[in-house]
Ligand binder design. Structure first.
Ligand code: DC
Length: 233
């Protein structure tokens, strides 16, 4: 099937923000969408993950918001596209695989819950998007980071479906786990991310809600491209 066509000149410089819970297909959708539009893909979760890895490697306790925020302000975190992969560099070192480890995944919710950490990260995310032409993805990109985004999308899917997707991702990375473990972890993180005091995961009032439970990744991207075409005519 031919990919849907877009008038790219009309789309220059825009900010498209995508939020949703873990495993809703945000990362792959955002990356593919960015490719189709020729945009920069801003993976805000990867930034919190990189900071969490830094904290683990430098013995900063996940509850020490002040020390974490100081690190969030100064530690160099960069993105580099390498074919289909979005590489994440921490202090110039490629940590793309390490930031997906079980250890980082277990601590990232706590690290990202601190108000001062979020403030430092949001400032960096806005700086990275200052020229527009960005697809940003995370938990608060439609509400806090880019409240004026040109288009907002909230991706959702059932916990079981999201656990299934995560299981496949982990298997691809050679990590062995079970569906039950993944579903429990997803529910735990959902609860933490949506009930935390600062920038909880919520649906922005003006976001398009897309339930991806029965969609393939290509289907999700096509659906969003259709939405984009109808909005930026
Ligand atoms: O999308 P992800 O699973 O890579 O995100 C990792 C964690 O970072 C997730 O538990 C919540 C947090 N996060 C956040 O608090 N705010 C964001 N904008 C993105 C991610």
């Amino acid at each position: 099937m031919q990919p849907l066509r877009l008038n790219l000149s009309r789309l220059k410089g825009k900010i498209i923000a995508i939020d949703g819970p873990s495993g809703s297909g945000k990362s792959t959708t955002a990356r593919l969408l960015a490719d189709r539009l020729g945009y920069f893909y801003l993976d805000t979760g990867a930034m919190y993950r990189a900071l969490t890895l830094f904290a683990i490697e430098h013995d900063i306790p996940p509850l020490d918001g002040r020390a974490l925020a100081a690190a969030a302000q100064r530690v160099p975190i960069e993105f580099h596209r390498d074919g289909e992969v979005n590489r994440v560099l921490l202090n110039g070192v490629d940590v793309s695989e390490k930031i997906r480890s079980v250890d980082v995944t277990q601590h990232v919710s706590e690290v990202s819950a601190h108000k001062e950490v979020r403030e430092a990260m949001v400032a960096r995310q806005r700086q990275l998007a200052k020229n527009g032409s960005v697809v940003a993805e995370g938990r608060d990109t439609t509400t806090v980071v880019f409240p004026e985004a040109d288009m907002k999308i909230y991706l959702d899917a059932s916990p079981r479906q999201r656990a299934q997707r995560r299981l496949l991702d982990m298997a691809r990375m050679g990590i062995s786990t079970t569906l039950e473990e993944q579903e429990a972890d997803i529910k735990r993180r959902d609860e933490y991310d949506s009930q935390r005091q600062h920038s909880p995961l919520t649906k922005a009032r003006d976001a398009y809600v897309v339930d991806t439970s029965t969609m393939t990744i290509e289907g999700q991207v096509d659906h969003i491209i259709q939405l984009i075409r109808s909005i930026f005519k």
